[in-house]
Design a protein around this ligand. Sequence first.
Ligand code: GTQ
Length: 351
Amino acid sequence: MNAPEASLRARQDLYAAMAPHHLTPLWEVLHALVPPRPATPCVPAHWRYGEVRPFLMRSGEVITAEEAVRRVLILENPALRGQSAVTQSLYAGLQLILPGEVAPAHRHTQSALRFIVEGSGAYTAVDGERTTMRPGDFIITPSWTWHDHGGSDDGPVVWLDGLDIPTIRFFDAGFAENATARSQQVERAEGTSFARYGHNMAPVRHDAPFGATSPIFSYPYARSREALDHLERHAPVDPWDGVKLRYVNPLTGGWPMPTMATFMQRLPAGFAGKPWRQTDGAVYSVVEGHGRIAIDAGERQWSFELAPRDHVVVPSWHTARLSSDAGCVLFSYSDRPVHQALAIHREERLS
Ligand code: GTQ
């Protein structure tokens, strides 16, 4: 519908007159504001570990963990450069700690997950307890808990940092504080949280020590892998996901963190998955083996060959399909708990 020239001019005059009053007409932007389907500015992206690792190691030569506070290379969505975001709501980075180094204690309202990518024997401390890092472990730093990280005698340790930084920024709810001591005091033996909460049991008179966040702060890879192996051999394989489990908060059965969902899945050898799409954008970390993810956004397609320690982001409502010739294991996280809390989560399994 084309309005006559004169009324178009009248409209432009009106918009120009109201602009200094911080007013703007809805009808000029309505379809972009309320799109028929998610129209994310994010794009799929793949970070090959072979390409990223040399930059991480060079970072280790030019700055210490102490100077950097956190020596991290941020995985930025190519369409969101400068925003420190891998999707509109999630942050991802690869953190390096070298032998003898300490990343000093601080706390913040942003929640963090650590997924160990390379090396063993570094530790992270949360609320007076340390946990030793091993590849494939999923570790939680709950909102507003003191945390510091320390290096391993055995060599460099690299982990994926998944934080809800853009979500907290969106809500303008970020607070942070540095501790006076470099490292926090150890107050409990390593493994205490796991003994209390990690065996399908809980203390008789327990409280939830971290509120909405799981009281388990390290979910060891050996346990997750054992479960996936058993299910691959003895239970039906899902045509979309292969064998996929979600991590849980044992006190609630819900997600381990209020803002981020975490998953681990095994694609059996010869797996050729069916396509799906979901509103929660997700970040994948390849734990073991090789595979492929094909992503389709209608007008554009991507296909990424996955190798161990690679990272991939799949934005909202992009159709994705997983496959593997020889089998592989994938860890992933997304903002699904927020979608579910807002009752807007959607997922479609396609054929
Ligand atoms: O380890 O506390 O990648 O505060 C970004 C911000 C890691 C951390 C990041 C952080 C941390």
